[in-house]
Write a protein that binds this ligand. Sequence first.
Ligand code: GUN
Ligand code: FE
Length: 422
Amino acid sequence: MDSFILRGNIGFSQSPDELRLFADSFLVCHEGKCQGVFSRIPEKFRGLPLKDYGKSLIIPGLVDLHLHAPQFPFRGIGSDRELLDWLNTYTYPEEGKYSDLIYADKAYGIFVEELRKSATTRAVIYATIHREATLLLMDKLESSGLVTMAGKVNMDRNAPAYLTETTDSSIRETRRWLSEVAGKYQRTSPIITPRFIPSCTDELLGALGEISAEYSLPVQSHLSENLSEIDWVRGLVPSADTYGGAYEKFNLFGRDVPCVMAHCVHCSAAELALIKKNGVFIAHSPDSNTNLSSGIAPVNRYIRQGLRVGLASDLAGGADINMLRMMAEAIRASHLRWRLVDDELPALSFANVFYLATKGGGAFFGKVGSFEPDYEFDALVIDDSALVTPKELSLAERLERLPFLAGDRNIQAKFVSGQQLF
Ligand code: GUN
Ligand code: FE
């Protein structure tokens, strides 16, 4: 594991409202762990190699808390439908193609290379129902140097025949997939992935809850994204008093293992109380929620209520994997919500979204997303000199404009767990 020092203009989140900024300072990595930020190199670190990034910015790597790898091919296409129509029209036909390993190899090869070059250092990823293609994706993710969780998707109802497993085969293939990945990777780990309640029978959900408990595996799914979806779930699981309660019923809602739920646009008070009680993570996906006309989640309220929230692209509901852009989408959506929906809830600040994209989502991976001592050393070096302006900018201003102006082309170097990817 690498030990070294980076020099540059450094910023990270202390809390949802507090950014810490250090002009021309030193960031120390010892054996993959952050040791802190210093204005002068402390005596005990004097021997470590120094990488001097001059005027460049250095921030924690960004965490994408929810995205669909197989949907990369149609990113940017299909925002003319709402969720349920969109799934049937665009998503399921594309995901069906991953039974073909030649297609999967090509598509996942492109996806993983784009993710490697992006601002994302860690991600929580959906694959498809196909075990072999999911393994292929995980092999490629492991080689990329990124740290990820990826899930073989489970679906045994309400989808076209080509994308529907029997209950038995869904359980059997999940167990086989878990045995095949056991001990195989250092950076890539499995996560239990019921697509959403409409895709899974009670019997399948029950079995997945048992598997998650048996292997101590985290869980990812979708929650309260779209009004028609929520109505549908009410009819499908009448014994649960909320959509989240339906997952809880099958031990798939963070009671014993970490759990992340994408969207949470239309959660009821009872659902939010359960989310808080169980420590469920919310993957806020503003780009997707705008594209699919799902709504605007009251994220600032979630932050004030002390819920665990991170940011997500939800590719390809979201049109892109650029997490800097997702920060801008979160800010803009919150402005519209404040103006059009509820002027009692303040819009998100830059500090808020910086936190969501780093320390907020990073917590799903442990001590991740900050430059405080003992955090995993995930860092981006951003050269913003191409974002020309005649104005003299403060360090705070240089960071603030990144979501609106920066992309892959401005990333000069990227580190994950102390390993330099480029
Ligand atoms: N709900 C169930 N499946 C999906 C999906 O693929 N994308 C989104 N955004 N929501 C879902
Ligand atoms: Fe999703």
